[in-house]
Design a protein around this ligand. Structure first.
Ligand code: FMN
Length: 507
Protein backbone atom coordinates (compact mmCIF):
# COMPACT_ATOMS: atom_id res chain seq x y z
CA UNK A 1 0.00 0.00 0.00
CA UNK A 2 1.44 3.34 -0.96
CA UNK A 3 0.46 6.82 0.04
CA UNK A 4 0.11 7.87 -3.60
CA UNK A 5 -2.56 5.30 -4.40
CA UNK A 6 -5.49 7.43 -3.32
CA UNK A 7 -8.10 4.84 -4.18
CA UNK A 8 -7.72 3.70 -0.56
CA UNK A 9 -8.84 7.01 0.90
CA UNK A 10 -11.61 7.47 -1.65
CA UNK A 11 -12.92 3.97 -0.99
CA UNK A 12 -12.66 4.35 2.78
CA UNK A 13 -14.53 7.63 2.64
CA UNK A 14 -17.24 6.15 0.43
CA UNK A 15 -17.73 3.00 2.45
CA UNK A 16 -17.96 4.86 5.76
CA UNK A 17 -20.58 7.33 4.59
CA UNK A 18 -23.78 7.62 6.56
CA UNK A 19 -27.12 7.81 4.79
CA UNK A 20 -30.68 7.30 5.98
CA UNK A 21 -30.44 3.93 4.25
CA UNK A 22 -27.08 2.85 5.70
CA UNK A 23 -28.22 3.54 9.26
CA UNK A 24 -31.20 1.23 8.80
CA UNK A 25 -29.38 -1.39 6.78
CA UNK A 26 -26.50 -1.77 9.23
CA UNK A 27 -27.69 -1.24 12.79
CA UNK A 28 -25.09 -1.62 15.54
CA UNK A 29 -25.79 -2.64 19.12
CA UNK A 30 -23.41 -1.75 21.90
CA UNK A 31 -21.94 -4.59 23.90
CA UNK A 32 -21.91 -2.88 27.31
CA UNK A 33 -20.24 -5.89 28.97
CA UNK A 34 -17.29 -5.34 26.67
CA UNK A 35 -17.04 -1.55 26.84
CA UNK A 36 -13.37 -0.51 26.62
CA UNK A 37 -11.61 1.31 29.45
CA UNK A 38 -11.28 5.02 28.71
CA UNK A 39 -7.66 5.07 29.98
CA UNK A 40 -4.39 3.42 29.06
CA UNK A 41 -3.02 2.26 32.40
CA UNK A 42 0.61 1.15 32.74
CA UNK A 43 0.73 -1.19 35.71
CA UNK A 44 4.47 -1.40 36.41
CA UNK A 45 5.60 2.25 36.39
CA UNK A 46 5.43 4.74 39.22
CA UNK A 47 3.65 8.00 38.47
CA UNK A 48 5.39 11.37 38.39
CA UNK A 49 2.58 13.62 39.67
CA UNK A 50 2.05 16.81 37.69
CA UNK A 51 1.72 20.14 39.52
CA UNK A 52 -1.88 21.32 39.81
CA UNK A 53 -1.27 24.80 41.15
CA UNK A 54 -0.14 26.79 38.11
CA UNK A 55 -1.14 30.47 37.88
CA UNK A 56 -3.85 31.36 35.38
CA UNK A 57 -2.53 32.74 32.10
CA UNK A 58 -4.97 35.66 32.15
CA UNK A 59 -5.21 35.45 28.35
CA UNK A 60 -8.65 35.80 26.78
CA UNK A 61 -9.99 32.67 25.13
CA UNK A 62 -10.94 34.40 21.90
CA UNK A 63 -7.51 35.89 21.35
CA UNK A 64 -5.82 32.57 22.25
CA UNK A 65 -7.99 30.71 19.70
CA UNK A 66 -7.41 33.30 17.01
CA UNK A 67 -3.63 33.39 17.44
CA UNK A 68 -2.05 32.59 14.06
CA UNK A 69 1.39 31.49 15.15
CA UNK A 70 3.82 32.40 17.91
CA UNK A 71 7.14 33.41 16.42
CA UNK A 72 10.12 33.54 18.70
CA UNK A 73 13.55 34.94 18.26
CA UNK A 74 15.06 33.35 21.34
CA UNK A 75 14.86 30.34 23.58
CA UNK A 76 11.42 29.33 24.84
CA UNK A 77 11.53 26.40 27.22
CA UNK A 78 8.36 25.31 28.99
CA UNK A 79 8.60 24.54 32.71
CA UNK A 80 6.89 21.43 34.09
CA UNK A 81 4.02 23.60 35.33
CA UNK A 82 3.48 24.87 31.76
CA UNK A 83 3.40 21.31 30.44
CA UNK A 84 0.96 20.40 33.19
CA UNK A 85 -1.34 23.23 32.12
CA UNK A 86 -1.09 22.30 28.44
CA UNK A 87 -1.85 18.63 29.17
CA UNK A 88 -4.68 19.36 31.59
CA UNK A 89 -6.48 21.84 29.36
CA UNK A 90 -6.07 19.58 26.29
CA UNK A 91 -6.84 16.14 27.69
CA UNK A 92 -7.39 16.41 31.44
CA UNK A 93 -10.53 15.42 33.32
CA UNK A 94 -12.60 18.57 33.76
CA UNK A 95 -15.93 17.07 34.90
CA UNK A 96 -17.17 13.95 36.67
CA UNK A 97 -20.76 12.81 36.50
CA UNK A 98 -22.36 10.02 38.45
CA UNK A 99 -24.84 7.72 36.72
CA UNK A 100 -26.70 4.70 38.07
CA UNK A 101 -24.12 2.55 36.23
CA UNK A 102 -21.08 4.34 37.65
CA UNK A 103 -18.97 7.43 37.17
CA UNK A 104 -18.22 9.11 33.89
CA UNK A 105 -15.22 11.35 33.34
CA UNK A 106 -15.48 14.16 30.83
CA UNK A 107 -12.40 15.82 29.45
CA UNK A 108 -11.21 19.22 28.36
CA UNK A 109 -11.97 18.65 24.66
CA UNK A 110 -15.10 17.23 23.07
CA UNK A 111 -14.87 13.70 21.76
CA UNK A 112 -17.10 11.36 19.78
CA UNK A 113 -19.10 9.24 22.21
CA UNK A 114 -16.92 10.44 25.13
CA UNK A 115 -14.71 7.43 24.36
CA UNK A 116 -11.38 9.29 24.47
CA UNK A 117 -9.33 7.16 22.11
CA UNK A 118 -6.32 9.49 22.12
CA UNK A 119 -3.24 9.12 24.31
CA UNK A 120 -0.63 11.82 24.75
CA UNK A 121 3.08 11.08 25.01
CA UNK A 122 5.80 13.56 25.81
CA UNK A 123 9.30 13.44 24.35
CA UNK A 124 11.71 15.89 25.99
CA UNK A 125 15.33 16.74 26.56
CA UNK A 126 16.52 17.61 30.07
CA UNK A 127 14.30 20.38 31.45
CA UNK A 128 14.85 22.31 34.69
CA UNK A 129 12.31 20.14 36.52
CA UNK A 130 11.88 17.04 34.33
CA UNK A 131 14.58 14.67 33.20
CA UNK A 132 14.93 13.77 29.54
CA UNK A 133 12.71 10.94 28.43
CA UNK A 134 9.63 9.56 26.78
CA UNK A 135 6.62 9.90 29.08
CA UNK A 136 2.99 8.84 28.91
CA UNK A 137 0.36 11.26 30.22
CA UNK A 138 -2.25 9.65 32.47
CA UNK A 139 -5.33 11.89 32.81
CA UNK A 140 -6.78 9.52 35.44
CA UNK A 141 -4.25 10.45 38.14
CA UNK A 142 -2.87 13.52 36.34
CA UNK A 143 0.64 12.11 36.18
CA UNK A 144 3.41 11.31 33.79
CA UNK A 145 5.00 7.87 33.57
CA UNK A 146 8.55 7.54 32.36
CA UNK A 147 8.63 4.90 29.63
CA UNK A 148 12.15 5.53 28.36
CA UNK A 149 14.86 7.53 30.05
CA UNK A 150 17.12 9.67 27.85
CA UNK A 151 16.84 12.23 25.09
CA UNK A 152 14.85 10.82 22.15
CA UNK A 153 14.14 14.10 20.43
CA UNK A 154 16.70 13.20 17.77
CA UNK A 155 14.53 10.26 16.81
CA UNK A 156 11.54 12.53 16.22
CA UNK A 157 13.74 14.95 14.28
CA UNK A 158 14.84 12.05 12.10
CA UNK A 159 11.31 10.71 11.67
CA UNK A 160 10.05 14.14 10.53
CA UNK A 161 12.86 14.56 8.00
CA UNK A 162 14.59 17.20 10.13
CA UNK A 163 11.45 19.37 10.47
CA UNK A 164 12.90 22.50 12.00
CA UNK A 165 10.29 23.07 14.73
CA UNK A 166 10.63 19.46 15.89
CA UNK A 167 14.43 19.55 15.75
CA UNK A 168 14.53 22.70 17.91
CA UNK A 169 11.73 21.88 20.33
CA UNK A 170 12.67 21.14 23.94
CA UNK A 171 9.44 19.10 24.14
CA UNK A 172 7.18 17.43 21.62
CA UNK A 173 3.77 15.99 22.44
CA UNK A 174 2.87 12.96 20.31
CA UNK A 175 -0.83 12.07 19.95
CA UNK A 176 -1.74 8.43 19.33
CA UNK A 177 -5.16 6.92 18.63
CA UNK A 178 -6.36 3.56 19.98
CA UNK A 179 -8.77 2.01 17.47
CA UNK A 180 -10.84 -0.17 19.76
CA UNK A 181 -11.69 2.54 22.25
CA UNK A 182 -13.73 4.23 19.52
CA UNK A 183 -14.60 1.36 17.14
CA UNK A 184 -16.45 -0.42 19.96
CA UNK A 185 -19.21 2.08 19.15
CA UNK A 186 -18.44 3.52 15.73
CA UNK A 187 -16.86 0.57 13.90
CA UNK A 188 -14.74 1.51 10.86
CA UNK A 189 -15.89 5.15 10.88
CA UNK A 190 -13.51 5.46 13.84
CA UNK A 191 -10.78 6.48 11.44
CA UNK A 192 -12.64 9.67 10.60
CA UNK A 193 -13.11 10.22 14.33
CA UNK A 194 -9.36 9.98 14.84
CA UNK A 195 -8.99 13.25 12.95
CA UNK A 196 -11.94 14.90 14.70
CA UNK A 197 -11.10 13.82 18.26
CA UNK A 198 -7.39 14.51 17.91
CA UNK A 199 -8.32 17.84 16.31
CA UNK A 200 -10.55 19.12 19.13
CA UNK A 201 -7.75 18.27 21.56
CA UNK A 202 -5.24 20.16 19.40
CA UNK A 203 -7.52 23.21 19.28
CA UNK A 204 -7.24 23.39 23.08
CA UNK A 205 -3.51 22.64 23.00
CA UNK A 206 -2.77 25.39 20.48
CA UNK A 207 -4.88 27.86 22.46
CA UNK A 208 -2.92 27.00 25.62
CA UNK A 209 0.51 27.21 23.96
CA UNK A 210 -0.54 30.53 22.51
CA UNK A 211 -1.69 31.78 25.93
CA UNK A 212 1.69 30.71 27.36
CA UNK A 213 3.51 32.44 24.45
CA UNK A 214 5.16 29.18 23.44
CA UNK A 215 5.65 28.43 19.74
CA UNK A 216 3.86 25.26 18.61
CA UNK A 217 2.94 23.59 15.35
CA UNK A 218 0.89 20.58 14.28
CA UNK A 219 3.09 18.08 12.45
CA UNK A 220 1.46 15.42 10.34
CA UNK A 221 4.43 14.30 8.20
CA UNK A 222 6.60 11.66 9.86
CA UNK A 223 7.87 8.14 9.33
CA UNK A 224 5.07 6.20 10.98
CA UNK A 225 6.97 3.04 11.94
CA UNK A 226 9.77 5.06 13.60
CA UNK A 227 7.38 7.04 15.81
CA UNK A 228 5.29 3.99 16.69
CA UNK A 229 8.50 2.17 17.58
CA UNK A 230 9.60 5.02 19.85
CA UNK A 231 6.24 5.02 21.66
CA UNK A 232 6.37 1.21 21.74
CA UNK A 233 2.77 0.95 20.57
CA UNK A 234 1.45 -2.02 18.62
CA UNK A 235 0.23 -0.44 15.35
CA UNK A 236 -2.48 -3.09 15.02
CA UNK A 237 -4.10 -1.40 18.03
CA UNK A 238 -2.64 2.07 18.59
CA UNK A 239 -0.98 4.47 16.16
CA UNK A 240 0.78 7.83 16.29
CA UNK A 241 -1.39 10.35 14.43
CA UNK A 242 0.06 13.83 14.94
CA UNK A 243 2.66 15.63 17.02
CA UNK A 244 3.12 19.12 18.39
CA UNK A 245 6.63 20.47 19.02
CA UNK A 246 6.47 23.08 21.79
CA UNK A 247 9.01 25.81 22.54
CA UNK A 248 12.35 26.57 20.95
CA UNK A 249 16.01 25.92 21.72
CA UNK A 250 18.85 26.84 19.40
CA UNK A 251 20.91 23.65 19.46
CA UNK A 252 19.46 20.64 17.66
CA UNK A 253 18.94 17.42 19.64
CA UNK A 254 21.69 14.86 20.15
CA UNK A 255 21.74 12.24 17.42
CA UNK A 256 19.57 9.36 18.50
CA UNK A 257 20.07 5.76 17.55
CA UNK A 258 17.13 4.42 15.60
CA UNK A 259 17.74 0.99 17.00
CA UNK A 260 15.83 1.18 20.25
CA UNK A 261 14.67 -1.77 22.30
CA UNK A 262 11.08 -2.87 22.57
CA UNK A 263 9.62 -2.19 26.00
CA UNK A 264 6.60 -4.46 26.17
CA UNK A 265 5.38 -2.69 29.31
CA UNK A 266 2.24 -4.24 30.77
CA UNK A 267 -1.01 -2.26 30.55
CA UNK A 268 -4.52 -3.09 31.76
CA UNK A 269 -6.51 -4.77 28.93
CA UNK A 270 -9.17 -2.44 27.51
CA UNK A 271 -11.90 -5.07 27.19
CA UNK A 272 -12.49 -8.79 27.47
CA UNK A 273 -12.06 -9.04 23.73
CA UNK A 274 -11.70 -6.67 20.80
CA UNK A 275 -13.52 -6.70 17.47
CA UNK A 276 -11.34 -5.95 14.47
CA UNK A 277 -12.44 -3.56 11.70
CA UNK A 278 -9.66 -4.03 9.15
CA UNK A 279 -10.77 -1.13 6.89
CA UNK A 280 -9.57 1.48 9.38
CA UNK A 281 -6.19 -0.19 9.85
CA UNK A 282 -5.83 -0.46 6.07
CA UNK A 283 -6.67 3.23 5.74
CA UNK A 284 -3.95 4.04 8.25
CA UNK A 285 -1.44 1.78 6.48
CA UNK A 286 -2.28 3.33 3.13
CA UNK A 287 -1.66 6.81 4.52
CA UNK A 288 1.60 5.86 6.24
CA UNK A 289 4.98 7.24 5.25
CA UNK A 290 7.75 4.69 5.54
CA UNK A 291 11.02 6.48 4.88
CA UNK A 292 12.54 9.90 5.50
CA UNK A 293 12.69 10.40 1.72
CA UNK A 294 8.95 9.83 1.53
CA UNK A 295 8.39 12.38 4.31
CA UNK A 296 10.56 14.97 2.55
CA UNK A 297 8.76 14.41 -0.73
CA UNK A 298 5.39 14.66 1.05
CA UNK A 299 6.35 17.90 2.75
CA UNK A 300 7.58 19.38 -0.54
CA UNK A 301 4.20 18.55 -2.08
CA UNK A 302 2.45 20.06 0.93
CA UNK A 303 4.26 23.32 0.17
CA UNK A 304 2.96 23.46 -3.42
CA UNK A 305 0.84 26.52 -3.97
CA UNK A 306 -1.58 25.12 -6.50
CA UNK A 307 -4.84 23.26 -6.41
CA UNK A 308 -6.20 23.76 -2.90
CA UNK A 309 -9.10 26.11 -3.10
CA UNK A 310 -9.12 27.65 0.33
CA UNK A 311 -5.72 29.31 0.38
CA UNK A 312 -6.72 32.91 0.85
CA UNK A 313 -5.60 34.11 4.23
CA UNK A 314 -8.24 35.92 6.27
CA UNK A 315 -8.11 39.67 6.19
CA UNK A 316 -10.22 40.23 9.23
CA UNK A 317 -8.43 40.82 12.48
CA UNK A 318 -11.03 41.44 15.10
CA UNK A 319 -10.80 43.04 18.51
CA UNK A 320 -12.52 40.22 20.32
CA UNK A 321 -14.70 40.44 23.40
CA UNK A 322 -15.73 39.12 25.92
CA UNK A 323 -12.45 38.48 27.65
CA UNK A 324 -13.03 35.32 29.71
CA UNK A 325 -9.73 33.50 29.99
CA UNK A 326 -8.92 30.40 28.00
CA UNK A 327 -8.87 28.29 31.18
CA UNK A 328 -12.30 29.54 32.31
CA UNK A 329 -13.74 28.75 28.90
CA UNK A 330 -12.25 25.26 28.67
CA UNK A 331 -13.57 24.44 32.15
CA UNK A 332 -17.00 25.68 31.15
CA UNK A 333 -17.08 23.87 27.79
CA UNK A 334 -19.32 20.86 27.29
CA UNK A 335 -21.42 19.70 24.37
CA UNK A 336 -24.91 21.19 24.30
CA UNK A 337 -27.43 18.38 24.68
CA UNK A 338 -30.31 20.68 23.69
CA UNK A 339 -30.54 24.10 22.10
CA UNK A 340 -33.10 26.78 22.89
CA UNK A 341 -34.83 27.87 19.70
CA UNK A 342 -33.62 31.40 20.29
CA UNK A 343 -31.55 33.63 18.05
CA UNK A 344 -27.93 34.54 18.52
CA UNK A 345 -26.59 37.78 17.03
CA UNK A 346 -24.74 38.13 13.76
CA UNK A 347 -21.78 39.54 15.68
CA UNK A 348 -21.65 36.43 17.87
CA UNK A 349 -21.73 34.17 14.83
CA UNK A 350 -19.07 36.11 12.94
CA UNK A 351 -16.88 36.24 16.05
CA UNK A 352 -16.96 32.43 16.22
CA UNK A 353 -16.24 31.99 12.52
CA UNK A 354 -13.48 34.58 12.43
CA UNK A 355 -11.75 33.46 15.61
CA UNK A 356 -11.78 29.83 14.46
CA UNK A 357 -10.39 30.38 10.97
CA UNK A 358 -7.45 32.72 11.42
CA UNK A 359 -5.06 29.93 10.43
CA UNK A 360 -3.43 26.94 12.06
CA UNK A 361 0.33 26.45 12.30
CA UNK A 362 0.72 23.05 10.65
CA UNK A 363 3.21 21.39 8.33
CA UNK A 364 0.38 20.60 5.88
CA UNK A 365 -1.05 24.13 5.81
CA UNK A 366 1.46 26.18 3.86
CA UNK A 367 1.63 29.01 3.11
CA UNK A 368 0.37 29.94 6.55
CA UNK A 369 -3.36 30.60 6.46
CA UNK A 370 -4.16 27.80 4.02
CA UNK A 371 -7.35 25.97 4.90
CA UNK A 372 -8.48 22.68 3.41
CA UNK A 373 -12.12 22.78 4.55
CA UNK A 374 -14.69 25.27 3.34
CA UNK A 375 -17.43 26.29 5.80
CA UNK A 376 -21.09 26.17 4.75
CA UNK A 377 -23.89 27.17 7.09
CA UNK A 378 -27.55 26.62 7.66
CA UNK A 379 -28.70 29.70 9.52
CA UNK A 380 -31.87 29.06 11.50
CA UNK A 381 -32.03 32.00 13.89
CA UNK A 382 -29.41 34.75 13.75
CA UNK A 383 -30.50 38.34 14.36
CA UNK A 384 -29.43 40.43 11.41
CA UNK A 385 -29.32 37.55 8.94
CA UNK A 386 -32.11 36.03 6.87
CA UNK A 387 -32.57 32.30 7.52
CA UNK A 388 -31.03 30.24 4.76
CA UNK A 389 -27.95 28.47 3.44
CA UNK A 390 -24.69 30.39 3.36
CA UNK A 391 -21.03 29.95 2.53
CA UNK A 392 -18.38 31.62 4.70
CA UNK A 393 -15.86 33.82 2.91
CA UNK A 394 -12.74 33.76 5.06
CA UNK A 395 -10.99 36.55 3.25
CA UNK A 396 -13.88 38.95 3.78
CA UNK A 397 -14.82 37.42 7.14
CA UNK A 398 -18.42 37.42 5.96
CA UNK A 399 -21.24 35.14 4.84
CA UNK A 400 -22.68 34.88 1.33
CA UNK A 401 -26.28 33.76 0.89
CA UNK A 402 -26.69 30.66 -1.27
CA UNK A 403 -30.42 30.20 -0.81
CA UNK A 404 -32.96 31.82 1.46
CA UNK A 405 -35.41 29.78 3.51
CA UNK A 406 -36.19 28.23 6.87
CA UNK A 407 -34.23 24.97 6.79
CA UNK A 408 -34.63 23.66 10.35
CA UNK A 409 -36.13 20.39 9.11
CA UNK A 410 -33.37 19.94 6.56
CA UNK A 411 -30.73 20.68 9.21
CA UNK A 412 -32.29 18.13 11.53
CA UNK A 413 -32.31 15.53 8.77
CA UNK A 414 -28.74 16.24 7.59
CA UNK A 415 -27.41 15.94 11.15
CA UNK A 416 -28.47 12.29 11.30
CA UNK A 417 -32.06 13.12 12.19
CA UNK A 418 -31.05 14.54 15.57
CA UNK A 419 -32.91 17.50 17.09
CA UNK A 420 -29.72 19.40 17.91
CA UNK A 421 -28.97 20.81 14.44
CA UNK A 422 -32.66 21.59 13.85
CA UNK A 423 -32.89 23.59 17.09
CA UNK A 424 -29.47 25.28 16.85
CA UNK A 425 -29.17 28.91 15.78
CA UNK A 426 -26.68 27.94 13.08
CA UNK A 427 -25.03 24.77 11.80
CA UNK A 428 -21.55 24.87 10.32
CA UNK A 429 -20.87 22.13 7.77
CA UNK A 430 -17.30 21.46 6.72
CA UNK A 431 -16.92 20.50 3.05
CA UNK A 432 -13.68 19.86 1.22
CA UNK A 433 -12.46 19.06 -2.26
CA UNK A 434 -11.20 15.65 -1.24
CA UNK A 435 -9.92 14.67 -4.66
CA UNK A 436 -7.74 17.78 -4.93
CA UNK A 437 -6.46 17.28 -1.40
CA UNK A 438 -5.59 13.64 -2.04
CA UNK A 439 -3.94 14.57 -5.35
CA UNK A 440 -1.67 16.87 -3.37
CA UNK A 441 -1.01 14.88 -0.19
CA UNK A 442 -1.79 11.30 -1.16
CA UNK A 443 -3.85 9.26 1.31
CA UNK A 444 -2.25 11.23 4.12
CA UNK A 445 -4.36 14.14 2.96
CA UNK A 446 -7.27 12.23 4.47
CA UNK A 447 -5.65 12.46 7.90
CA UNK A 448 -4.89 16.14 7.28
CA UNK A 449 -8.38 17.20 6.21
CA UNK A 450 -10.09 15.37 9.08
CA UNK A 451 -7.57 16.72 11.58
CA UNK A 452 -8.02 20.28 10.34
CA UNK A 453 -11.80 19.97 10.64
CA UNK A 454 -11.43 18.80 14.24
CA UNK A 455 -9.12 21.72 15.06
CA UNK A 456 -11.44 24.32 13.54
CA UNK A 457 -14.43 22.54 15.10
CA UNK A 458 -12.68 22.61 18.48
CA UNK A 459 -12.00 26.32 18.07
CA UNK A 460 -15.67 26.92 17.22
CA UNK A 461 -16.63 25.15 20.44
CA UNK A 462 -14.31 27.38 22.46
CA UNK A 463 -15.40 30.54 20.65
CA UNK A 464 -19.03 29.66 21.42
CA UNK A 465 -18.40 29.04 25.12
CA UNK A 466 -16.26 32.19 25.32
CA UNK A 467 -19.48 34.06 24.48
CA UNK A 468 -21.61 31.99 26.87
CA UNK A 469 -23.18 30.16 23.96
CA UNK A 470 -23.34 26.42 23.34
CA UNK A 471 -21.98 24.09 20.67
CA UNK A 472 -21.84 20.44 19.74
CA UNK A 473 -20.01 18.38 17.15
CA UNK A 474 -22.33 16.18 15.11
CA UNK A 475 -22.24 13.49 12.53
CA UNK A 476 -24.20 13.73 9.28
CA UNK A 477 -25.60 12.12 6.13
CA UNK A 478 -22.63 12.65 3.82
CA UNK A 479 -24.05 12.86 0.31
CA UNK A 480 -27.22 14.65 1.35
CA UNK A 481 -25.12 17.44 2.88
CA UNK A 482 -23.25 17.93 -0.41
CA UNK A 483 -26.51 17.86 -2.35
CA UNK A 484 -28.05 20.46 -0.04
CA UNK A 485 -25.22 22.94 -0.62
CA UNK A 486 -24.89 22.25 -4.36
CA UNK A 487 -24.28 23.57 -6.92
CA UNK A 488 -21.82 25.69 -4.87
CA UNK A 489 -20.46 22.60 -3.07
CA UNK A 490 -20.64 20.33 -6.11
CA UNK A 491 -17.75 17.84 -6.20
CA UNK A 492 -16.87 18.36 -2.53
CA UNK A 493 -17.15 15.88 0.33
CA UNK A 494 -18.79 16.36 3.71
CA UNK A 495 -16.16 16.25 6.46
CA UNK A 496 -17.62 17.54 9.74
CA UNK A 497 -20.49 19.44 11.36
CA UNK A 498 -20.74 21.74 14.40
CA UNK A 499 -24.03 23.17 15.67
CA UNK A 500 -23.98 26.54 17.49
CA UNK A 501 -26.61 28.32 19.53
CA UNK A 502 -28.01 28.94 22.97
CA UNK A 503 -27.56 25.76 24.93
CA UNK A 504 -30.27 24.62 27.32
CA UNK A 505 -29.07 23.21 30.64
CA UNK A 506 -30.18 19.58 30.83
CA UNK A 507 -27.60 17.80 32.96
C1 FMN B 1 -16.59 14.98 16.26
C2 FMN B 1 -17.73 14.93 17.21
C3 FMN B 1 -18.93 14.39 16.81
C4 FMN B 1 -20.00 14.35 17.70
N1 FMN B 1 -21.21 13.85 17.27
C5 FMN B 1 -22.27 13.90 18.10
C6 FMN B 1 -23.56 13.49 17.65
O1 FMN B 1 -23.73 13.07 16.49
N2 FMN B 1 -24.59 13.58 18.52
C7 FMN B 1 -24.43 14.05 19.79
O2 FMN B 1 -25.42 14.12 20.53
N3 FMN B 1 -23.21 14.45 20.25
C8 FMN B 1 -22.14 14.39 19.43
N4 FMN B 1 -20.91 14.82 19.88
C9 FMN B 1 -20.72 15.30 21.27
C10 FMN B 1 -20.04 14.22 22.13
O3 FMN B 1 -20.97 13.24 22.45
C11 FMN B 1 -19.42 14.87 23.37
O4 FMN B 1 -18.34 15.66 22.96
C12 FMN B 1 -18.93 13.84 24.36
O5 FMN B 1 -20.00 13.18 24.95
C13 FMN B 1 -18.10 14.50 25.46
O6 FMN B 1 -18.85 15.42 26.18
P1 FMN B 1 -18.48 16.95 26.31
O7 FMN B 1 -18.24 17.48 24.93
O8 FMN B 1 -19.67 17.58 26.96
O9 FMN B 1 -17.26 17.05 27.15
C14 FMN B 1 -19.83 14.86 19.01
C15 FMN B 1 -18.59 15.37 19.41
C16 FMN B 1 -17.55 15.42 18.52
C17 FMN B 1 -16.23 15.99 18.95
Amino acid sequence: MVNGDVRFALTFHDTTKHSAWSIQASPHYLDWQNQPLPFKIYTSIDPVPLPRDADPTGISALSAIAEKDIQTGGEKIPALKDLARILFFSAGITKKRTYPGGEMYFRAASCTGALYAFELYLVCGDLADLKAGLYHFGPGDFSLRLLRQGDYRGMLAHATGGESRVAHAPVTIVCAGTYWRNSWKYRARTYRHFGWDNGTMLANMLAMTSALRLPAEVVCGFVDPEVNQLLDVDPEHEVAFSMVPIGHVSPGPPKASLDIPKLGLPTVPLSNHEVDYPEMREMHEASSLRTVEEVLEWRARAKARDYIEETRAPNVVAGFSPRDTIEQVILRRGSSRQFERQPITLEQLLTMLRAATQGIPADFLTPHGTQLNGLYLIVNAVDGLRPGAYVYDREAGDLHLLKEGQFRNEARYLGLQQDLPGDAAADVFFLADLEAILARFGNRGYRAVQLESGIIGGKLYLAAYAQHLGATGLTFFDDDVVKFFSPHAGGKSAIFLVALGKGRKVR
